[in-house]
Write a protein that binds this ligand. Structure first.
Ligand SMILES: NC(=O)C1=CN([C@@H]2O[C@H](COP(=O)(O)OP(=O)(O)OC[C@H]3O[C@@H](n4cnc5c(N)ncnc54)[C@H](O)[C@@H]3O)[C@@H](O)[C@H]2O)C=CC1
Ligand SMILES: O=C(O)C1=NCCCC1
Length: 308
């Protein structure tokens, strides 16, 4: 039997394009929210608190994609010399359980999370959105700028980060439309789309800091005792999630605020739930294993095709 293929971060970067990934993630979110008809099997992930970080086990199967995989992801907010997220994806042959590949998961985690926010924003934000606010200037901020720029034609990108140096670095990469902000309120006040992508454990984004009708992709705060978004804002906005079951177990933003969860983004994609582009909306993202499964399958199929 052939040994499993190893696909590293450089190959993932080379093989995966944001345009095709956004399409794949839109389908994955739709299949996930179709329940039995979607052919997705995915438990809420198991997360172990380990020393200064967390270790997540994320398996899923997609019948429609004929894909079975598990991501193992460590997230260590205090990491300095190595990335805060360490991720690996094991891709299996669904018919017999044989391990086909071990694939770098860091790049996939960065890209598929941003692709999910791009899908949510495509349905929930004002299609003429011109001002993007990035709160946080790390890996997710970079990939979110890239993914959202596939859908929207931004004129201004406002960046706030706890460390101004990282905001300045990102602004230089983005170019003249980027502006470094000293406070999060300055970054968010005129934004059409706001992405919160920090390791904050206490809420910082309040209703008074945003304009009516803004869409928020709330990407950080993936622990039940962490929040990025103020409770009043969560209750005022129309809140969508990737998985209702996961949000009620894992999201401090949802749990603390006791907000109503209006629906899953996948339910909007398949027409079961309405979108309100004029209203203030929040997409509370936690990250789904099925997003990793379809991304890993895309990468693997291309890698094998190159060598055929
Ligand atoms: N929803 C999802 O699917 C996923 C969510 N995430 C989450 O997104 C967030 C960002 O991830 P990455 O960009 O990969 O991390 P990163 O380590 O590259 O960047 C983190 C950013 O948060 C800032 N930060 C750190 N502690 C902070 C605090 N206490 N208050 C305010 N800002 C703080 C840092 O200065 C930096 O700008 C994390 O919370 C991460 O766990 C990450 C992957 C997937
Ligand atoms: O979905 C993921 O992958 C992650 N979600 C929350 C933070 C760690 C990684």
């Amino acid at each position: 039997m052939a040994p499993p293929t190893f696909i590293d971060a450089e190959d993932v970067k080379r093989l995966l394009t944001m345009v095709e990934l956004i399409n794949a993630i839109e389908n994955a979110l739709r299949h996930f929210s179709m329940k039995e008809d979607g052919g997705v099997l995915q438990p809420v992930r198991t997360v172990l608190p380990v020393q200064k970080g967390f270790f997540g086990l994320m398996p899923a199967y997609s019948e429609k994609d004929d894909a079975l995989a598990a991501k193992l992801v460590g997230f260590y907010p205090e990491n300095k010399d190595v990335a805060t997220h360490q991720a690996h994806i094991l891709l299996f042959e669904p018919s017999n359980g044989v391990l086909k590949a071990l694939i770098d998961g860091e790049v996939i985690t960065a890209m598929r999370t941003a692709a999910a926010s791009a899908v949510a924003s495509k349905y929930l934000a004002n299609p003429k959105s011109k001002v993007l606010a990035l709160c946080g200037a790390g890996t997710q901020a970079r990939s979110h700028y890239q993914a959202l720029s596939v859908i929207f034609d931004f004129e201004q990108v406002m960046i706030w980060s706890r460390t101004t140096t990282s905001a300045k670095k990102l602004a230089e990469e983005i170019g003249p439309k980027a502006q470094v902000c000293m406070t999060y309120a300055e970054a968010t006040k005129n934004a059409d789309i706001i992405c919160t992508m920090t390791f904050a454990s206490k809420p910082f984004l309040k209703a008074t800091y945003i304009k009516r009708g803004a869409h928020i992709n709330a990407v950080g705060a993936c622990r039940p005792d962490w929040s990025e978004i103020d409770g009043a804002l969560m209750r005022e906005a129309i809140v969508y999630v990737d998985s209702k079951e996961a949000a009620l177990k894992e999201s401090g933003d949802v749990i603390f605020s006791k907000c109503e969860v209006f629906g899953e983004v996948g339910e909007v994609v398949c027409g079961k739930k309405e979108a309100f582009p004029e209203a203030t909306t929040v997409f509370k993202s936690l990250g789904l294993a099925i997003e990793d499964v379809v991304s890993a399958k895309l990468v693997y199929d291309k890698y094998i095709a190159e060598r055929a």
